[in-house]
Design a protein around this ligand. Structure first.
Ligand code: HEM
Length: 201
């Protein structure tokens, strides 16, 4: 086990990013914005956490105009969001990118024993963007279970009851937002704005 930088990459060096990693980022961010704004529209039509007089989100955060409009957008964007994650998952498995670019035991080791601050930041960076992936999967699975609870009763069983399922689905949103902020800040710290630019352009 070693705490050296994996994938022959020097800390601080800005890599040339794969075209498909850039494509994944663009589609992911656009579809996430559509999913969140239309999801808030659906929530506003029936604010389950606080009742009719409870907390409503302001209009500028909403997409769809009304309940049915929000649902149409939410389900359409769900295809974009899920299929994007699916092809990207297949791509990183087939090309073994998963092994090269995602968090590994050497990152965990670096966090424990390395005295090199840059190496530690790099390990956090990889850990955070690796951890977003299962969170996105949880958002999709909990959403699908709410959409088809009878057909997906075996999944529904894992959540226990409707309120837990609802809370899990809703809570993925602030967590994904916090992770995205942490991911962006860590990317800035590890490779400055040049690294951020490299994953989009
Ligand atoms: C929920 C939204 C996001 C997810 C799920 C996500 C996920 C990922 C993943 C999985 C990687 C590794 C890509 C690969 O090597 O194949 C990555 C890399 C990267 N992401 Fe994101 N990302 C998101 C949003 C963002 C945002 C908003 C920014 C910048 C403002 C950003 C900046 C970067 C950068 C700079 C890298 C390259 C890291 C490196 O080469 O060390 N990401 N992201």
């Amino acid at each position: 086990m070693t705490s050296s930088i994996p994938a022959k990459r020097k800390v601080g060096a800005v890599p040339s990013q794969a075209f498909l990693a850039k494509t994944f980022h663009w589609i992911n961010i656009i579809s996430l914005i559509l999913m969140i704004t239309s999801g808030l529209q659906i929530y506003n039509a029936n604010p389950v956490f606080g009742g009719r007089q409870g907390w409503h989100f302001p209009d500028f955060l909403l997409l769809g105009g009304w309940l049915a409009g929000g649902r149409h957008w939410h389900f359409a964007a769900m295809w974009l969001f899920s299929l994007n994650l699916l092809w990207y998952g297949i791509y990183i498995m087939l090309t073994r990118r998963w092994q090269r670019r995602f968090a590994s035991t050497s990152d965990l080791k670096a966090l424990q024993v390395s005295e090199n601050l840059k190496r530690k930041n790099y390990a956090w960076h990889r850990l955070v963007y690796t951890a977003i992936i299962p969170l996105l999967l949880l958002a999709i699975l909990s959403g699908l279970t709410m959409y088809k609870p009878a057909q997906l009763h075996w999944l529904f069983g894992l959540f226990g009851n409707w309120q837990t399922l609802r809370i899990v689905h809703f809570i993925t949103v602030p967590i994904v937002i916090l992770f995205t902020i942490a991911h962006s800040l860590l990317a800035l710290k590890v490779g400055s704005f040049r690294l951020i630019k490299s994953i989009f352009f």
